[in-house]
Write a protein that binds this ligand. Structure first.
Ligand code: CP3
Length: 357
């Protein structure tokens, strides 16, 4: 387990230590924009069959690293494995995204939920972490992840993706105690899930609060922020240079950067609705920042992509006293299936080339 890392830029940046150049990884770096991913998926038969097979999950985790000089691998899995293990019955209807057979709709449904056992019900995830660590052989660190309590609750209550979050917002208004109970169970599950991934070999951990930004400020501060803070405070992740850093990513979290930076997290992932200069000023060196190129910039030409990368790198430095320390380059959200691998290559290359100067 303790193979020395050949590339520890990501961990150094998350500790705000000096690096030779800015580390970069990309949300959804393993995915349908890669022809080799589509081939493995066809071989497996479905996304879930691939995610539940540790060897195939390892194969697709490593695919983007073979193409691009990425500074981290991210476990190939999904945030919805946890509610699936709680008994909700995850499935993917063709072209419709994730769905649950048995969504959570009432206080009675919530009362039946329990934190799943990580080494039995979610064993396939921990096995994937172990296989990937072995195959990576210290090349780059492996990032484990989970959904946030709120984002998981969105899928659990809506039964799938949603345009307006009508069911969970009605629950928040009509039965707030029941929703808090659900969020509290999800928080316990997220903490256990991340701790198990760390024990299995994950070297950094990210929480995806993808839907925190659909809440009003008052509701964000009631239903998402306190649970993210509890994760940052309670998740045992070691001390000093042995500490496994945590990254809290949130779409639409720009209004709350000061509060998130005070949570105890090591890293904060931000989207493109705030400049890195402003985010760095407002967080004042308390956390490392991850982000934040608009993924749609990848629809531009490779030269346009390179120019946008330089703007983001310089924006971070401008807000951080001229220093690039404490920055992990990423997109503000994930890559999409219609993006071109050549443009991703230009992005990764430019992050390293420009930040090294
Ligand atoms: O980043 C990575 O490369 C690691 C893998 C990863 C996946 N999902 C693989 C995946 C991660 C980190 C996730 C997290 C995830 N899953 C989130 C949070 C991050 C985000 O993007 O907002 C959410 C909201 C989900 C739920 C989910 N799973 C959605 C909305 C979808 C897409 C459905 C679709 O058809 O587009 C999935 C499926 C999924 N998860 C795919 C991948 C590569 C596509 C499945 C396929 O191959 O058909």
């Amino acid at each position: 387990m303790s193979v020395a890392l050949k590339n520890d830029r990501l961990l150094r940046a998350l500790r705000r230590e000096p690096v030779d150049c800015t580390p970069v990884w990309l949300m959804r770096q393993a995915g349908r924009y890669l022809p080799e991913y589509r081939a493995t998926r066809a071989k497996a038969g479905s996304f879930l069959a691939m995610a539940k097979n540790p060897d195939l999950a390892c194969e697709v985790t490593l695919q983007p690293l073979a193409r691009f000089n990425l500074d981290a691998a991210i476990l190939f899995s999904d945030i919805l494995t946890v509610p699936d293990a709680m008994g909700l019955g995850l499935y993917f209807a063709d072209g419709e995204g994730p769905k649950f057979e048995r969504p959570v709709r009432s206080a009675a449904d919530i009362a039946k939920l329990a934190v799943p056992d990580m080494e039995t019900e979610l064993r396939y995830v921990m096995d994937a972490v172990r296989v990937i660590r072995r195959e990576l052989d210290g090349k780059v660190p492996l990032i484990g992840f989970s959904g946030s309590p709120w984002t998981l609750a969105c899928y659990m209550v809506e039964g799938g993706g949603s345009d307006n979050y009508s069911k969970i917002k009605a629950l928040a208004l009509n039965e707030p105690a029941a929703l808090h109970k659900l969020l509290s169970i999800n928080t316990d599950a997220v903490i256990a899930y991340l701790a198990a991934q760390r024990a299995a070999g994950a070297q950094a951990l990210q929480v995806f609060d993808t839907w925190g930004g659909v809440l009003s400020p008052a509701m964000y501060r009631e239903f998402s922020l306190p649970y993210l803070t509890r994760i940052a405070r309670e998740l045992q992740r070691g001390e000093g240079s042995e500490r496994t850093p945590l990254i809290l990513f949130g779409k639409g979290n720009a209004p709350y950067l000061e509060e998130l930076a005070a949570s105890g997290t090591e890293g904060l992932g931000v989207d493109w609705t705030v400049t890195l200069e402003e985010a760095a000023r407002r967080t004042a060196g308390k956390v490392a920042l991850q982000g934040n190129l608009d993924p749609a910039m990848l629809y531009g030409s490779p030269d346009a992509v390179r120019a946008q990368v330089r703007i983001a790198l310089d924006s971070y430095a401008a807000g951080n006293g001229g220093s690039r320390e404490g920055h992990v380059f990423n997109l503000g959200h994930g890559l999409s299936p219609d993006m071109q691998p050549e443009h991703v290559a230009a992005l990764v290359d430019e992050v390293h080339a420009y930040s090294r100067r």
